[in-house]
Write a protein that binds this ligand. Structure first.
Ligand SMILES: Cc1cc2nc3c(=O)[nH]c(=O)nc-3n(C[C@H](O)[C@H](O)[C@H](O)COP(=O)(O)OP(=O)(O)OC[C@H]3O[C@@H](n4cnc5c(N)ncnc54)[C@H](O)[C@@H]3O)c2cc1C
Length: 349
């Protein structure tokens, strides 16, 4: 039985030669390991303890290679022309992906230049652990399932004991959605612009992108998208790349950069100014501070989450989808909608 399943998986792997069409996930290939696990002669509990006689099921090295290659290439083919490309898997990009991918009809590709997604949200400020989130963004934590300490109704903020708890939780929720593909170690090197509208991104392996100065021409690849969400973070070697490119090609006049730190002003500003800056491109997270000249906000992350959620709703709008059609995977709290609304008041510092 197991051998038949393996043979079926191999046949389907071979028959999925790349015709340039989206290839649906292969149920047979995915199910095979489970069937094999059931046929183990020793119980799972015993196997866990019997390390001296522990033995894995056999596999051919070529199968490992084919499984990885087929799936990745299928993803590349599927997302060569996709609904939304999110550039940057930091806290804003992941929050956007979480909200947007509730609708299974929207295909979302996340392009992240680092091998490790998560951006700056693995730690709090000054490399400390705790993540401070000002209310009402704690409702987003609740929805995603991130535990936090709350000093009570009179407290204006909550504390996640380790920033990595937020990042790992939202990352796993996003990755398990069937309509999301994360391409990590892939950099967006440029934008596709057609008739004044951003229509996708130019991509390359990040390690290649980092070596353009050391090698002769290494051409990139492309990913067309109906909407691009740029969440590249604040300026740096790989930061604010989306808005800096808009400036260098003359689609925006100025990228003034973020101003000095003012938490109260900054967080509201970032959510308020999260917008479609040019047709086809929405900017979210700290990249907003770069293009709008907002204050830097320091180690408080609610604005990244709410800005990402707002970007997702703007992306739906840009795709021509109504808010009423969003399937209820989680429930969007009314407080969060108000907090991310266009006309939200900027707090006086
Ligand atoms: C020097 C420094 C200063 C900081 N200052 C502040 C501050 O003032 N205020 C503040 O709140 N926080 C600051 N932080 C913390 C942290 O960066 C942010 O709070 C938060 O992580 C920003 O979230 P984000 O999602 O907007 O961007 P990030 O967490 O930075 O995520 C952006 C992601 O995009 C990826 N990326 C960028 N360009 C590309 C590209 N072209 N292709 C593919 N991927 C790309 C990056 O690798 C990264 O993973 C700072 C961090 C550093 C290192």
């Amino acid at each position: 039985m197991a051998a038949m399943a393996t043979a079926a998986a191999l046949t389907s792997a071979r028959s999925s030669a790349f015709h340039g069409l989206a290839v649906p996930p292969q149920a047979g290939a995915a199910a095979a390991p489970r069937r094999q696990a059931l046929s183990l002669s020793i119980s799972a509990a015993a196997a866990r303890r019997d390390f001296d006689n522990f033995k894995f099921e056999p596999i051919r090295e070529s199968i490992v290679s084919r499984e990885m290659t087929r799936r990745y290439m299928t993803d590349m083919i599927t997302h060569a022309d996709t609904d939304v490309v999110i550039v940057g898997a930091g806290s804003a990009g992941l929050s956007c992906a979480y909200e947007l991918s509730k609708d299974p009809a929207i295909r979302v590709a996340i392009v992240e230049q680092s091998v490790s997604p998560g951006g700056g949200a693995w730690l709090g400020g000054q490399l400390f652990s705790a993540m401070i989130v000002r209310k009402p963004a704690h409702l987003f934590l609740q929805e995603v399932g991130v535990p936090y300490d709350d000093a009570g109704e009179d407290s204006s903020y909550v504390v996640v004991k380790h920033a990595a708890l937020f990042t790992s939780t939202i990352l796993s929720k996003v990755l398990e959605r069937p309509n999301v593909k994360l391409f990590n170690a892939v950099a967006a090197e440029d934008l596709i612009v057609r008739k004044g509208r951003v229509a996708g991104v130019v991509t390359n392996w990040a390690l290649v992108a980092m070596n353009h100065d050391t090698q002769s021409c290494m051409d990139p690849n492309v990913m067309e998208a109906k909407v691009v969400v740029s969440s590249c973070g604040h300026d740096g070697p790989f930061g604010a790349t989306g808005v800096k490119r808009l400036r260098s090609i003359g689609m925006v006049e100025n990228v003034p950069g973020m101003k000095a730190l003012d938490m109260n002003a900054a967080e509201d500003q970032i959510v308020r100014f999260t917008r479609e800056v040019v047709p086809g491109m929405i900017v979210t997270g700290m990249e907003v501070a770069e293009i709008e000249g907002c204050c830097r906000m320091g180690p408080t992350f609610g604005a990244m989450m709410m800005s990402g959620v707002k970007a997702a709703h703007l992306a739906r709008e840009a795709l021509g989808l109504s808010e009423d059609e969003i399937p209820a995977v989680g429930s969007l709290h009314p407080e969060m909608v108000i907090a991310s609304a266009d006309n939200a008041e900027v707090a006086d510092a």
